[in-house]
Design a protein around this ligand. Sequence first.
Ligand SMILES: Cc1cc2nc3c(=O)[nH]c(=O)nc-3n(C[C@H](O)[C@H](O)[C@H](O)COP(=O)(O)O)c2cc1C
Length: 454
Amino acid sequence: MQANGSIAASMGDYSVNLGSFSATALDRARHLITGLPLASFAGKSALAREVDVLVHRLAQHGLVEYRLYSRDEQDLVIIEPQVPEYWPQRAKLGKNDTVVLSRFAYLRRRGNELVLESPRAGALFRIGDPVIAATLATLSRPQKISRLGREAASFIDLLGLLLDCQILLKLSAKDGAGLRLNEGDGNLVLWDFHDLVFHTRSTEGRHANPVGGTFTHAGAVQALPAVRPAWPGRKIDLRKVSASEPTSAFAKLLRERHSVRDFDDEHPVTLAELAQFLDTSARVLSEWNSDTNFGPQITYSTRPYPSAGSAYELELYLAVSNCEGLSRGLYHYDAGSHALVAIGASAQQLKAFSAAAQFAMDAPGPPQVLITIAARFGRVSWKYSSIAYSLILKNVGAMIQTFYLTATDMGLGGCAIGTTNIDLFAKTTELEFHVESPVGQFALGRGRRLPAES
Ligand SMILES: Cc1cc2nc3c(=O)[nH]c(=O)nc-3n(C[C@H](O)[C@H](O)[C@H](O)COP(=O)(O)O)c2cc1C
C-alpha cells in the first residue's frame, strides 16, 4: 500500500504501480498468494470487475501464473505467460478433431522442472506430472481426440490451451501428413526450428527471461581475460615490421571510429546528412539476374556492404526523433529508389523505440535517429538450411561496421545496440515476427562535442 492509497507490486528494488482498489477487492486479491480461481472474478459484480482489473494489470507485468491442475498439493501444470497480453483461453476442440504437436514445440529441463515451450507461444507450460508428459509425447503424431486414451481425455482443457498457444495444431482431413506445410504460411515453412527459437529468445518482447548485462554467473565463474593469453610457441614480433601510426585515410578512419551515445540536440543531424549517410552505406547500387537450374531467374542487388549469398535481406526502419528538415516519425528506407517512406506509428510507439535505445546505451537522451535493422528472413532461408539465422546476424555485423565508418567519416556519431523488442516492432508495423523482424539497431546523430573539442 502506497502513501496515496494506491497499491504497488515490488520485486527487489523494482516496483510497479497497480492503481487504487477497494478494501474488499484487496482482501479478495490476497488469495492470489495461494491461488484465486479465474471463475471467482469472471462475473459482472463491482467486486469481480475490480479484481479482474487488478489481475489483468498484474498479468500485463508478467506477475501472474496460472495453475491448471494440482493433485495432493502438487502442481501438475502451471502456465507461465511470456508476452504481456497472454490470458489463458481454450481453443475449441471436439472429439472428431485431429491434433499434433507443432514442430516448434519442445520439452526441456529447466532447473528441477520440465517445461513445454515454443517460440510461437504466448506462454510456456510447466509440466509436473509424468503421465501428462507421456501423453504429450504421443502427440508427436497426428491423433484424433476420440482415439486418445482416458488419461488424455481428462486433459482436454490443457489440449485446448496448447492449441490456443500454437503448441498444438489442429489438422483438417485434407492436410494429410504434410505437417511442415500445414503449420502456417509459406514464411513459416522456411524457418528451421533452432533459428526461430534463437530469434525469439535472443531478442526482447516474446519471452520472460532476463535480457542483457545481468552478470548472472559472476559468482560462479570468473570473467575471461580481456586479451587471450599467448600460446607458448615461437613469437614473431610484428611491431618491428609494421608502422605504429595509421598509414592511409582508411586506416585513420578505423582508428577514429568509436561509439557515440550523447547527441547534440541543438545541432541535430540534417536530412541532407541522413540522405548522404544512407547513400554511402546502404543504397542499392545495381540489380542483376542469375539463372538457376531449377526454375526462373533470381534477381540480386549490389550494395556497399557484403551480404551472404548476395541475399541483401536487411531492411532499415528509421525512428526519427530529431533531424533538421525531417518530421518526427517512423520511416522505411527504400534502398532501391533511395527514398524514405513514412509508416504510421503512434507517438507512444516511437517513444518506446527511442526510450529502449536510450536505456540500452545508458545515454542522457534519445538518439536523434534510431535505425532498426530488420531481416526479411525468407530471402536467406529460402536457400540456406541450418545456417540462415547465423548468416543474417553476420550480415548485421558487416552492416553495423559500415554504419560506424560512414558516420565517423561524415563527422557524425553512432552506437550499435545489442537488443531489440521484436514485439514492439511487430505491433507498430503489423509485420509478423517470423516474416520481417528486427535483428539489430544503430543509434545515429551528431555527437555532442566535449568542452576540450569545441
Ligand atoms: C553488436 C554490438 C552491440 C552493442 N550493443 C550496445 C548496447 O546495447 N549499448 C551500448 O551502449 N553499446 C553497445 N555497443 C557498443 C560497444 O559497447 C562498443 O563498441 C565497445 O564498448 C567498444 O567501444 P567503441 O565502439 O567506442 O570502440 C554494441 C556494439 C556492438 C558491436
